[in-house]
Design a protein around this ligand. Sequence first.
Ligand code: GLY
Length: 376
Amino acid sequence: MADVVIVGGGVVGSAVAYYLTKAGARVTLVERDGLAAGASGAAAGMLTPPPEAAASGAFRDLCRAAADVYPTLVEALRDETGIDVQYLGSGLLLVAETEARARALQMVVRWSAQTGGRLAASGGGLSLEWVEDGPLRRLEPGIAQGVWGAAYSPDARHVNPGLVTQALAQAAAARGATLRLGTAVTGFVRRDSRVAGVRTSEGDRIAADRVVLAAGPWAGRLARGLGADVPTRPMRGQMLAYQYTGVRHILWGEDGYLVPKAGGFLFVGATVEDVGFRPRTTRRGLAGLRRMAAKTVPALRYQEEVSAWAGLRPGTPDGLPIIGLLPGWDHVYVAGGHFRNGILLGPLTGKLIAQLVTGGRADLPLEPFRVERFAT
Ligand code: GLY
């Protein structure tokens, strides 16, 4: 089977390595920093598609299929690596702070009911119901007064995205994948009309029959080296964490979310900023998160945060991922642009790319996610 070079050691690249090695491919994963050093390590790890994914369409189907991958994958990763990825079911409340948002969320609940009562499928999926103020307060006693209710999903889950990435890469390595961490891809080796491998910052070349670009917001730069336009853009997200166990559910409001994590941490996120390749926190960004957190759960006004960080999501012009061949090449693939949904969609993306690489066909229709959709 083919030698495949994967560029990028986030959840997507690691998932591609996982599923390709499972199919028997020889794989080298090249990552310029460490595993999950970018958006994958910064994410809150919610397996929650955005509310608009309740509407029918290819993106909803992708989210549903992605949620369905998790239950089996979590078990497999535990068996293969001993890593528990903290697949926790805390449930989700999409909180309506205003009447307008209440109406919008009630529509999401109706859509979800029309499509089988599920925003995504079982496991990591969402069955949604509307809860008024009284029941909401019983579910989440610490929530602020004056909210209009919430769309409630008892079965929403989240994971530790850094551990998912580590486990995927470790399992791939156990099946023979080479992990080249701390190594950047600096260019491509061309032979005739093919890409025959990559050049690295270590001064060597890695031969490949096929190449997968899974480099998050850096995919666009790499693709330019092959004459293709992949419009990925860094979209900064700032986060902070409290040591606080008074929040039971994921609380997602208009201005951000609170996620109760393993170890008694509460993650608060996130800004969405188009500020280029600057993965750092700012005073203003963190102040906004603190304000939002205290407005949602007033007791947080008196909490000191224990850490804060930022990551660069891979954005695309329409906010949807790019999964498929790189235009102009029949053996170079792009897997990225997952914007706010990388942890949910990463493992499924790995599976789909592995299917394309090994058999040329994927289980799901990938037409809507081809990069060609951006061509004018
Ligand atoms: N997935 C949540 C975020 O992008 O902030």
